[in-house]
Design a protein around this ligand. Structure first.
Ligand SMILES: Cc1ncc(COP(=O)(O)O)c(C=O)c1O
Length: 429
């Protein structure tokens, strides 16, 4: 095995291999390598992550340019603030008054000293939103998945999960010690075969996401529910990206598929539509009260600040009282998809997440810099987060984007694609 040093300076080095190999190196060697990797990106102006935002995360943001130090205005197409709640005047007002009334934090976890009437009210409202008996709030969505899976799924159980699941699900499974197997993304046939051919387990679980954050597609919940029913399996639905924006009234992806009463356990986050932080689980009373004492990321982690609970409560009010926001978002999704298809990209997403897969041969980092220079804030998803052939930019649409914002985005996409694709090829990989 080559030492890290021997790879330095290689043009097309394989970052993933280096990182894997790096684990065999001591800490000094690993950190030195990583430092030089990052410095190299900076030198080549290829680092667009960790941008420093100086304003609310709205359709337009002010960003401190890493390379010039100057403040610049950018169109934000990289935030999960789908309904514009991050900068909604009512949400801000309610959040401010909760901070005045309750102070900035609670100073401990819920079971001991961090549970207020706002936390309980929020649990009740979330249970109502999801048509469940009860709910439990975590200080992050990541912690919600970690606590949920590690507490509920035992080593004599089986959990089958979609291969595109979020890292928090993978980590929860690792922590649980459960038997687990992934099925091909959204492939119900594969799931069916796997579950039919399993030996007997104490309990079986099927875990899917409402909206997948890399593809912007949805789990076929109607079909998955049938498989779960036929095989006596519990369904865990991670609706991080669906809550607030999927379904007729924003109740989530289960509303979209009209299967709300068939989902055993729903997980969600406050970091997407609600644009704060935190996570939640909704389920039966017995599962929720069990989780309150067995989910370690709940028991051993401090509660959300009450003002954040207030922000989510206010967000729930807005979702209910301003349905036009959801209508705007859906209009923007349709408008953007049509425009991208018109310039030759093949877009299938039906949600506010629109992946632009980069053509083979396009240097994603150079293209990313070009978007940045043109004032477009987009997320680039690079290898090794996805395979090389699956590298992409991810557009996240908001209800507050104007048609002019979207037109600007499209013309920049067209320019960048022309400049950085092979000449004459204007297509998605
Ligand atoms: C599907 C999914 N589940 C869970 C999480 C974790 O949520 P949070 O970032 O709120 O901790 C995310 C966040 O990206 C997610 O996309």
């Amino acid at each position: 095995m080559k030492k890290i040093n021997e790879y330095r300076g290689c043009e097309n080095f394989d970052l993933r291999q280096l990182l894997i190999m790096g684990r065999k190196e001591n800490l000094k060697e690993r950190t030195k390598f990583f430092e030089s990797f990052i410095n190299n990106l900076q030198k080549n102006k290829e680092l667009q992550h960790l941008r420093c935002i100086l304003s609310p995360s709205d359709r337009e943001v002010f960003v401190k340019d890493r390379y010039t130090g100057k403040t610049k205005k950018m169109l934000m197409f990289g935030s999960n603030n789908y309904l514009g709640l991050a900068n909604h005047p009512y949400v801000i007002e309610i959040t401010k008054s909760a901070a005045s009334k309750y102070g900035v934090g609670v100073g401990g976890p819920p079971l001991l000293n961090g549970y207020t009437n706002l936390h309980r009210e929020l649990e009740e409202r979330l249970a109502e939103l999801k048509g469940s008996e009860d709910a439990l709030i975590f200080s992050s969505g990541y912690g919600a998945n970690l606590g949920l899976v590690s507490a509920l799924v035992n080593s004599n159980d089986l959990i089958l999960y979609d291969s595109n699941s979020h890292a928090s699900l993978y980590d929860g499974i690792k922590l649980s010690g459960a038997n687990s197997q992934s099925f091909e993304h959204n492939n119900v046939k594969d799931l069916n075969e796997l579950i039919k051919n399993t030996q007997s387990y104490a309990d079986k679980f099927i875990s899917v996401e409402g909206v997948y954050s890399m593809e912007g597609d949805t789990a076929p919940l109607d079909k998955i529910i049938k498989i779960a029913g036929a095989n006596n399996a519990y369904i865990i639905l991670d609706d991080a990206h669906g809550t607030g924006v999927m379904g007729k009234t924003g109740r989530g992806t289960a509303e979209h598929y009209n299967v709300e009463d068939k989902i055993d356990i729903t997980m969600g986050t406050f970091s997407k539509t609600f644009s704060v932080t935190g996570g939640f689980i909704t389920s039966s009373k017995s599962i929720i009260s069990y989780l309150r004492f067995f989910a370690r990321s709940y028991m051993f982690s401090a509660s959300l600040p009450p003002a954040i609970a207030a922000a989510v409560l206010a967000g729930l009010d807005v979702i209910k009282n301003q349905p036009e926001l959801l209508t705007n978002l859906n209009d923007n999704i349709a408008y953007t998809k049509k425009a991208l298809n018109q310039i030759g990209l093949n877009i299938n997403s039906k949600t506010s997440i629109i992946p632009l897969k980069v053509p083979i041969g396009m240097n994603i980092r150079k293209a990313s810099h070009a978007f940045d220079e043109e004032g477009i804030f987009l997320n680039s998803i690079e290898y090794p987060a996805v395979p090389i052939s699956e590298q992409r930019f991810r557009i996240s649409l908001m209800a507050t984007h104007t048609k002019q914002d979207i037109d600007n985005l499209i013309s920049v996409v067209e320019r960048v694609w022309k400049k950085y694709s092979d000449p004459g090829r204007l297509e998605a990989a």
